[in-house]
Ligand binder design. Sequence first.
Ligand code: URA
Length: 433
Amino acid sequence: MRMYDLIIKKRNGQELSREEIDFIVNGYVKGEIPDYQVSALLMAIYFRGMTKEETSNLTMAFVNSGDKVDLSEIKGIKVDKHSTGGVGDKISLIAIPLVASVGIPVAKMSGRGLGHTGGTLDKLESIDGFKIELSKREFINNVNTYKMAIIGQTSNLTPADKKIYALRDVTATVDSIPLIASSIMSKKIASGSDAIVLDVKVGSGAFMKSLDEAKELAKTMVNIGKSLNKKVIAVITNMDQPLGHEVGNANEVKEAIKVLKGQGAEDETNVALTIASYMTVLGGAFKDFDKAYETLKEKIKTGEAINKLKEFIKIQGGNPEIVDNPDKLPSAKYHIEIKAENSGYIEKIDAESIGISAMLLGAGRQTKEDKIDFGAGITIIKKIGDKVKKGDTICILHTNMKYTDNAVEKAKNAFKISNNKPERPPYVYEVIM
Ligand code: URA
Protein backbone atom coordinates (compact mmCIF):
# COMPACT_ATOMS: atom_id res chain seq x y z
CA MET A 1 0.00 0.00 0.00
CA ARG A 2 1.23 3.51 -0.74
CA MET A 3 -0.01 6.61 1.07
CA TYR A 4 0.13 8.51 -2.23
CA ASP A 5 -2.47 6.19 -3.80
CA LEU A 6 -4.74 6.45 -0.76
CA ILE A 7 -4.67 10.25 -0.91
CA ILE A 8 -5.70 10.08 -4.59
CA LYS A 9 -8.46 7.58 -3.76
CA LYS A 10 -9.99 9.88 -1.13
CA ARG A 11 -9.39 12.99 -3.21
CA ASN A 12 -11.46 11.33 -5.98
CA GLY A 13 -14.27 10.57 -3.53
CA GLN A 14 -13.81 6.81 -3.26
CA GLU A 15 -14.24 4.81 -0.06
CA LEU A 16 -11.18 3.70 1.92
CA SER A 17 -11.23 0.13 3.24
CA ARG A 18 -10.63 -0.85 6.88
CA GLU A 19 -7.15 -2.16 5.96
CA GLU A 20 -6.30 1.13 4.26
CA ILE A 21 -7.49 3.21 7.24
CA ASP A 22 -5.50 1.01 9.64
CA PHE A 23 -2.43 1.39 7.41
CA ILE A 24 -2.72 5.19 7.51
CA VAL A 25 -3.40 5.52 11.25
CA ASN A 26 -0.74 3.00 12.33
CA GLY A 27 1.82 4.39 9.90
CA TYR A 28 1.24 7.93 11.14
CA VAL A 29 1.50 7.00 14.83
CA LYS A 30 4.76 5.13 14.18
CA GLY A 31 6.18 8.11 12.29
CA GLU A 32 6.38 6.18 9.00
CA ILE A 33 3.93 8.48 7.20
CA PRO A 34 4.86 12.18 7.27
CA ASP A 35 2.65 15.08 8.42
CA TYR A 36 2.37 16.51 4.88
CA GLN A 37 0.75 13.37 3.48
CA VAL A 38 -1.69 13.00 6.38
CA SER A 39 -2.48 16.74 6.05
CA ALA A 40 -3.38 16.21 2.39
CA LEU A 41 -5.57 13.25 3.29
CA LEU A 42 -7.33 15.22 6.05
CA MET A 43 -8.13 17.99 3.57
CA ALA A 44 -9.48 15.38 1.11
CA ILE A 45 -11.68 14.00 3.93
CA TYR A 46 -12.79 17.54 4.78
CA PHE A 47 -14.12 18.04 1.23
CA ARG A 48 -15.20 14.48 0.35
CA GLY A 49 -16.51 13.34 3.74
CA MET A 50 -16.54 9.74 4.88
CA THR A 51 -19.09 6.93 4.62
CA LYS A 52 -20.60 5.37 7.77
CA GLU A 53 -18.28 2.40 7.33
CA GLU A 54 -15.17 4.56 6.98
CA THR A 55 -16.12 6.65 10.03
CA SER A 56 -16.56 3.54 12.19
CA ASN A 57 -13.30 2.08 10.91
CA LEU A 58 -11.45 5.32 11.64
CA THR A 59 -12.93 5.33 15.15
CA MET A 60 -11.74 1.78 15.80
CA ALA A 61 -8.28 2.53 14.38
CA PHE A 62 -8.02 5.37 16.94
CA VAL A 63 -9.30 3.10 19.76
CA ASN A 64 -6.79 0.35 18.84
CA SER A 65 -3.86 2.78 18.77
CA GLY A 66 -3.66 2.90 22.59
CA ASP A 67 -4.92 1.56 25.93
CA LYS A 68 -8.46 0.31 26.30
CA VAL A 69 -9.86 0.70 29.79
CA ASP A 70 -11.25 -2.55 31.13
CA LEU A 71 -14.26 -1.85 33.35
CA SER A 72 -15.51 -5.45 33.42
CA GLU A 73 -15.02 -5.62 37.22
CA ILE A 74 -17.71 -2.97 37.64
CA LYS A 75 -21.15 -4.47 38.17
CA GLY A 76 -24.05 -3.24 36.03
CA ILE A 77 -24.31 -1.22 32.83
CA LYS A 78 -21.69 1.52 32.99
CA VAL A 79 -22.97 4.79 31.59
CA ASP A 80 -20.93 7.75 30.46
CA LYS A 81 -21.82 11.15 29.09
CA HIS A 82 -20.01 13.54 26.80
CA SER A 83 -20.63 17.13 25.88
CA THR A 84 -19.33 18.55 22.63
CA GLY A 85 -18.40 21.62 24.67
CA GLY A 86 -20.12 24.78 25.77
CA VAL A 87 -19.89 27.80 28.01
CA GLY A 88 -21.13 27.45 31.59
CA ASP A 89 -21.70 23.75 30.89
CA LYS A 90 -21.62 22.15 34.33
CA ILE A 91 -23.99 19.30 33.45
CA SER A 92 -21.51 16.54 34.40
CA LEU A 93 -21.22 17.89 37.96
CA ILE A 94 -25.00 17.61 38.28
CA ALA A 95 -25.60 14.42 36.29
CA ILE A 96 -23.00 12.22 38.01
CA PRO A 97 -24.59 12.36 41.51
CA LEU A 98 -28.12 12.29 40.06
CA VAL A 99 -27.48 9.11 38.05
CA ALA A 100 -25.56 7.49 40.91
CA SER A 101 -28.47 8.27 43.27
CA VAL A 102 -30.61 5.66 41.47
CA GLY A 103 -27.84 3.06 41.55
CA ILE A 104 -26.55 3.33 37.98
CA PRO A 105 -22.73 3.24 37.88
CA VAL A 106 -20.94 6.23 36.35
CA ALA A 107 -17.26 5.57 35.62
CA LYS A 108 -16.26 8.83 34.04
CA MET A 109 -13.13 10.00 32.30
CA SER A 110 -13.17 13.72 31.77
CA GLY A 111 -11.11 16.34 30.06
CA ARG A 112 -9.90 19.86 30.59
CA GLY A 113 -11.07 23.04 28.91
CA LEU A 114 -10.70 23.30 25.14
CA GLY A 115 -10.58 26.74 23.51
CA HIS A 116 -13.30 28.97 24.95
CA THR A 117 -15.09 26.03 26.63
CA GLY A 118 -14.52 24.82 30.19
CA GLY A 119 -13.58 21.32 31.34
CA THR A 120 -15.06 19.22 34.15
CA LEU A 121 -11.66 18.38 35.67
CA ASP A 122 -10.73 22.05 36.04
CA LYS A 123 -14.06 22.74 37.73
CA LEU A 124 -13.67 19.87 40.20
CA GLU A 125 -10.12 20.90 41.02
CA SER A 126 -11.44 24.20 42.34
CA ILE A 127 -12.68 22.16 45.32
CA ASP A 128 -9.95 22.04 47.96
CA GLY A 129 -8.31 18.59 48.00
CA PHE A 130 -10.32 17.06 45.11
CA LYS A 131 -8.17 14.37 43.45
CA ILE A 132 -8.67 13.51 39.79
CA GLU A 133 -5.84 11.00 39.81
CA LEU A 134 -7.10 7.74 41.28
CA SER A 135 -5.42 4.34 40.92
CA LYS A 136 -7.32 1.88 38.75
CA ARG A 137 -8.25 -0.06 41.93
CA GLU A 138 -9.60 3.07 43.68
CA PHE A 139 -11.54 4.02 40.56
CA ILE A 140 -13.19 0.59 40.25
CA ASN A 141 -13.84 0.27 44.00
CA ASN A 142 -15.42 3.73 44.16
CA VAL A 143 -17.76 2.93 41.27
CA ASN A 144 -18.72 -0.44 42.76
CA THR A 145 -19.31 1.02 46.25
CA TYR A 146 -20.65 4.51 45.59
CA LYS A 147 -21.68 4.21 41.90
CA MET A 148 -19.51 7.13 40.80
CA ALA A 149 -15.92 8.11 40.15
CA ILE A 150 -14.14 10.52 37.86
CA ILE A 151 -10.57 10.57 36.56
CA GLY A 152 -8.50 12.35 33.95
CA GLN A 153 -7.82 10.56 30.70
CA THR A 154 -4.91 8.12 30.86
CA SER A 155 -2.01 9.40 28.80
CA ASN A 156 -2.07 6.52 26.33
CA LEU A 157 -5.78 6.69 25.47
CA THR A 158 -6.26 7.03 21.67
CA PRO A 159 -2.76 8.44 20.91
CA ALA A 160 -3.59 8.40 17.17
CA ASP A 161 -6.47 10.82 17.76
CA LYS A 162 -4.20 13.05 19.84
CA LYS A 163 -1.61 13.24 17.04
CA ILE A 164 -4.17 13.72 14.27
CA TYR A 165 -6.15 16.28 16.31
CA ALA A 166 -2.96 18.38 16.68
CA LEU A 167 -2.45 18.20 12.90
CA ARG A 168 -6.11 19.13 12.22
CA ASP A 169 -5.68 22.10 14.51
CA VAL A 170 -2.98 23.59 12.24
CA THR A 171 -4.37 22.50 8.85
CA ALA A 172 -7.90 23.98 9.10
CA THR A 173 -9.50 20.52 9.21
CA VAL A 174 -10.99 20.51 12.72
CA ASP A 175 -14.57 21.20 11.65
CA SER A 176 -15.19 18.07 9.62
CA ILE A 177 -18.10 16.03 10.97
CA PRO A 178 -16.64 12.52 10.41
CA LEU A 179 -13.33 13.66 11.93
CA ILE A 180 -15.01 15.22 15.00
CA ALA A 181 -17.33 12.22 15.44
CA SER A 182 -14.55 9.62 15.25
CA SER A 183 -12.32 11.70 17.54
CA ILE A 184 -14.98 11.99 20.26
CA MET A 185 -16.36 8.47 19.95
CA SER A 186 -12.92 6.83 19.98
CA LYS A 187 -12.16 8.36 23.38
CA LYS A 188 -15.54 7.32 24.77
CA ILE A 189 -15.23 3.76 23.46
CA ALA A 190 -11.63 3.37 24.71
CA SER A 191 -12.79 4.54 28.18
CA GLY A 192 -14.77 1.34 28.51
CA SER A 193 -18.39 2.36 29.22
CA ASP A 194 -21.28 0.29 27.88
CA ALA A 195 -23.61 3.18 27.13
CA ILE A 196 -23.08 6.85 26.30
CA VAL A 197 -25.33 9.92 26.33
CA LEU A 198 -24.00 12.64 24.05
CA ASP A 199 -24.90 16.26 24.73
CA VAL A 200 -24.48 17.85 21.30
CA LYS A 201 -24.44 21.60 21.79
CA VAL A 202 -25.55 23.99 19.08
CA GLY A 203 -25.36 27.77 18.95
CA SER A 204 -23.06 30.75 19.44
CA GLY A 205 -21.03 29.09 22.20
CA ALA A 206 -20.73 25.66 20.58
CA PHE A 207 -18.44 24.19 17.93
CA MET A 208 -21.58 23.43 15.88
CA LYS A 209 -23.21 26.75 14.98
CA SER A 210 -26.26 25.44 13.04
CA LEU A 211 -28.94 22.91 13.94
CA ASP A 212 -28.36 20.99 10.69
CA GLU A 213 -24.67 20.54 11.47
CA ALA A 214 -25.46 19.48 15.04
CA LYS A 215 -28.00 16.91 13.80
CA GLU A 216 -25.53 15.48 11.34
CA LEU A 217 -22.83 15.23 14.02
CA ALA A 218 -25.31 13.61 16.43
CA LYS A 219 -26.47 11.06 13.82
CA THR A 220 -22.89 10.25 12.83
CA MET A 221 -21.90 9.58 16.46
CA VAL A 222 -25.03 7.50 17.17
CA ASN A 223 -24.30 5.44 14.04
CA ILE A 224 -20.71 4.84 15.12
CA GLY A 225 -22.03 3.62 18.48
CA LYS A 226 -24.57 1.30 16.84
CA SER A 227 -22.00 -0.19 14.49
CA LEU A 228 -19.79 -0.97 17.50
CA ASN A 229 -22.62 -2.39 19.65
CA LYS A 230 -22.69 0.45 22.17
CA LYS A 231 -25.93 2.04 23.31
CA VAL A 232 -25.77 5.71 22.38
CA ILE A 233 -28.33 8.53 22.64
CA ALA A 234 -27.57 12.05 21.43
CA VAL A 235 -29.46 15.01 22.90
CA ILE A 236 -29.15 18.24 20.89
CA THR A 237 -29.21 21.18 23.30
CA ASN A 238 -29.05 24.95 22.96
CA MET A 239 -25.80 26.86 23.44
CA ASP A 240 -26.88 30.28 22.15
CA GLN A 241 -26.16 31.68 25.59
CA PRO A 242 -24.21 30.34 28.57
CA LEU A 243 -26.04 27.60 30.42
CA GLY A 244 -27.43 28.83 33.75
CA HIS A 245 -25.86 31.99 35.15
CA GLU A 246 -22.30 31.09 36.08
CA VAL A 247 -19.16 30.73 33.96
CA GLY A 248 -15.81 29.87 35.55
CA ASN A 249 -14.63 27.01 37.72
CA ALA A 250 -15.59 27.58 41.37
CA ASN A 251 -18.56 29.63 40.14
CA GLU A 252 -19.87 26.67 38.20
CA VAL A 253 -19.44 24.32 41.15
CA LYS A 254 -21.52 26.77 43.20
CA GLU A 255 -24.23 26.74 40.55
CA ALA A 256 -24.22 22.93 40.28
CA ILE A 257 -24.78 22.82 44.06
CA LYS A 258 -27.78 25.14 43.62
CA VAL A 259 -29.29 22.91 40.93
CA LEU A 260 -28.90 19.81 43.12
CA LYS A 261 -30.56 21.71 45.99
CA GLY A 262 -33.50 22.57 43.73
CA GLN A 263 -32.57 26.25 43.43
CA GLY A 264 -31.05 26.16 39.95
CA ALA A 265 -31.87 28.12 36.81
CA GLU A 266 -34.58 26.56 34.67
CA ASP A 267 -32.42 25.93 31.57
CA GLU A 268 -29.60 24.33 33.53
CA THR A 269 -31.94 22.18 35.61
CA ASN A 270 -33.91 21.05 32.58
CA VAL A 271 -30.87 20.08 30.49
CA ALA A 272 -29.17 18.34 33.44
CA LEU A 273 -32.31 16.33 34.26
CA THR A 274 -32.73 15.43 30.57
CA ILE A 275 -29.16 14.15 30.16
CA ALA A 276 -29.19 12.34 33.51
CA SER A 277 -32.59 10.76 32.73
CA TYR A 278 -31.37 9.30 29.42
CA MET A 279 -28.29 7.98 31.25
CA THR A 280 -30.50 6.14 33.74
CA VAL A 281 -32.71 4.78 30.93
CA LEU A 282 -29.64 3.42 29.11
CA GLY A 283 -28.38 2.06 32.43
CA GLY A 284 -31.61 0.07 32.78
CA ALA A 285 -33.06 1.83 35.85
CA PHE A 286 -36.20 2.98 34.00
CA LYS A 287 -38.17 1.85 30.97
CA ASP A 288 -39.14 5.31 29.86
CA PHE A 289 -37.75 8.82 29.95
CA ASP A 290 -40.71 10.46 31.72
CA LYS A 291 -40.51 8.11 34.69
CA ALA A 292 -36.75 8.69 34.91
CA TYR A 293 -37.19 12.48 34.77
CA GLU A 294 -39.86 12.50 37.50
CA THR A 295 -37.80 10.24 39.77
CA LEU A 296 -34.63 12.30 39.40
CA LYS A 297 -36.57 15.48 40.05
CA GLU A 298 -37.80 13.86 43.25
CA LYS A 299 -34.19 12.98 44.23
CA ILE A 300 -33.48 16.72 44.13
CA LYS A 301 -36.55 17.50 46.25
CA THR A 302 -35.75 14.89 48.92
CA GLY A 303 -32.11 16.01 49.26
CA GLU A 304 -30.72 12.64 48.10
CA ALA A 305 -29.11 14.24 45.05
CA ILE A 306 -27.20 16.90 47.00
CA ASN A 307 -26.12 14.31 49.58
CA LYS A 308 -24.75 12.20 46.74
CA LEU A 309 -22.67 15.17 45.53
CA LYS A 310 -21.31 15.58 49.07
CA GLU A 311 -20.37 11.90 49.11
CA PHE A 312 -18.78 12.20 45.65
CA ILE A 313 -16.56 15.10 46.78
CA LYS A 314 -15.61 13.30 50.00
CA ILE A 315 -14.60 9.99 48.38
CA GLN A 316 -12.35 11.83 45.94
CA GLY A 317 -10.54 13.67 48.74
CA GLY A 318 -12.33 17.04 48.41
CA ASN A 319 -13.74 19.15 51.20
CA PRO A 320 -17.48 18.26 51.38
CA GLU A 321 -18.20 21.32 53.56
CA ILE A 322 -18.36 23.44 50.40
CA VAL A 323 -21.78 21.92 49.72
CA ASP A 324 -23.35 23.49 52.82
CA ASN A 325 -21.08 26.48 52.69
CA PRO A 326 -20.22 27.33 49.04
CA ASP A 327 -18.48 30.51 50.20
CA LYS A 328 -15.56 28.24 51.15
CA LEU A 329 -14.87 27.82 47.41
CA PRO A 330 -12.26 30.13 45.84
CA SER A 331 -13.48 33.58 44.90
CA ALA A 332 -11.96 36.60 43.16
CA LYS A 333 -10.87 39.94 44.63
CA TYR A 334 -12.38 42.22 41.98
CA HIS A 335 -15.94 42.30 40.64
CA ILE A 336 -16.68 44.44 37.59
CA GLU A 337 -20.31 45.14 36.75
CA ILE A 338 -21.21 45.56 33.07
CA LYS A 339 -24.23 47.83 32.57
CA ALA A 340 -26.84 47.91 29.81
CA GLU A 341 -26.14 50.82 27.46
CA ASN A 342 -29.79 51.14 26.45
CA SER A 343 -33.21 49.85 27.47
CA GLY A 344 -35.02 46.97 25.78
CA TYR A 345 -34.74 43.18 25.75
CA ILE A 346 -31.66 40.97 25.63
CA GLU A 347 -31.82 39.65 22.08
CA LYS A 348 -28.49 37.81 21.86
CA ILE A 349 -25.60 36.76 24.08
CA ASP A 350 -22.60 35.57 22.13
CA ALA A 351 -21.62 32.66 24.36
CA GLU A 352 -18.23 32.19 22.69
CA SER A 353 -17.27 35.79 23.54
CA ILE A 354 -18.36 35.22 27.15
CA GLY A 355 -16.18 32.07 27.22
CA ILE A 356 -13.21 33.99 25.83
CA SER A 357 -13.77 36.84 28.28
CA ALA A 358 -13.77 34.36 31.19
CA MET A 359 -10.46 32.91 29.90
CA LEU A 360 -8.98 36.43 29.73
CA LEU A 361 -10.04 36.96 33.36
CA GLY A 362 -7.94 33.92 34.34
CA ALA A 363 -10.56 31.13 34.32
CA GLY A 364 -8.77 29.10 31.63
CA ARG A 365 -5.33 28.26 30.37
CA GLN A 366 -3.79 29.94 27.33
CA THR A 367 -0.89 27.46 27.45
CA LYS A 368 -0.55 24.05 29.14
CA GLU A 369 1.70 25.52 31.83
CA ASP A 370 -0.71 28.31 32.86
CA LYS A 371 -2.27 28.14 36.30
CA ILE A 372 -6.04 28.51 36.41
CA ASP A 373 -7.53 31.12 38.69
CA PHE A 374 -10.40 29.08 40.13
CA GLY A 375 -12.24 32.15 41.44
CA ALA A 376 -12.26 33.96 38.08
CA GLY A 377 -15.38 33.92 35.91
CA ILE A 378 -18.54 35.70 34.89
CA THR A 379 -22.04 35.83 36.36
CA ILE A 380 -24.69 36.37 33.69
CA ILE A 381 -27.43 38.43 35.30
CA LYS A 382 -29.68 38.99 32.27
CA LYS A 383 -30.43 36.23 29.79
CA ILE A 384 -32.07 36.15 26.35
CA GLY A 385 -35.64 37.52 26.54
CA ASP A 386 -35.07 39.45 29.80
CA LYS A 387 -36.19 43.08 29.95
CA VAL A 388 -33.48 45.61 30.83
CA LYS A 389 -33.34 49.30 31.64
CA LYS A 390 -30.36 51.45 30.66
CA GLY A 391 -27.83 51.19 33.51
CA ASP A 392 -29.01 47.76 34.76
CA THR A 393 -26.22 45.28 35.49
CA ILE A 394 -26.25 42.62 32.76
CA CYS A 395 -23.24 40.61 33.92
CA ILE A 396 -20.48 40.71 36.54
CA LEU A 397 -16.87 39.81 35.83
CA HIS A 398 -14.86 38.21 38.66
CA THR A 399 -11.07 38.37 38.56
CA ASN A 400 -7.85 38.81 40.47
CA MET A 401 -6.28 40.66 37.55
CA LYS A 402 -5.77 44.41 37.51
CA TYR A 403 -5.72 44.81 33.71
CA THR A 404 -9.03 43.61 32.31
CA ASP A 405 -9.84 45.96 29.38
CA ASN A 406 -9.92 43.15 26.78
CA ALA A 407 -12.14 40.93 28.91
CA VAL A 408 -14.52 43.81 29.67
CA GLU A 409 -14.74 44.70 25.98
CA LYS A 410 -15.44 41.09 24.97
CA ALA A 411 -18.16 40.64 27.61
CA LYS A 412 -19.80 43.98 26.83
CA ASN A 413 -19.93 43.26 23.10
CA ALA A 414 -21.37 39.79 23.69
CA PHE A 415 -24.77 41.30 24.61
CA LYS A 416 -27.19 42.66 22.03
CA ILE A 417 -30.18 44.63 23.29
CA SER A 418 -33.14 45.32 21.01
CA ASN A 419 -36.61 46.82 21.24
CA ASN A 420 -38.52 43.67 20.39
CA LYS A 421 -38.93 40.83 22.84
CA PRO A 422 -37.22 37.81 21.27
CA GLU A 423 -38.36 34.20 21.66
CA ARG A 424 -36.41 32.39 24.36
CA PRO A 425 -34.40 29.57 22.75
CA PRO A 426 -35.57 26.01 23.51
CA TYR A 427 -33.43 24.02 25.98
CA VAL A 428 -33.53 20.76 24.02
CA TYR A 429 -34.05 20.57 20.24
CA GLU A 430 -34.09 16.91 19.46
CA VAL A 431 -33.09 13.49 20.72
CA ILE A 432 -31.44 11.04 18.33
CA MET A 433 -31.23 7.35 19.19
N1 URA B 1 -13.60 17.36 20.65
C1 URA B 1 -12.85 16.28 20.37
O1 URA B 1 -12.53 15.50 21.24
N2 URA B 1 -12.49 16.06 19.09
C2 URA B 1 -12.82 16.89 18.08
O2 URA B 1 -12.46 16.62 16.96
C3 URA B 1 -13.59 18.03 18.39
C4 URA B 1 -13.99 18.25 19.69
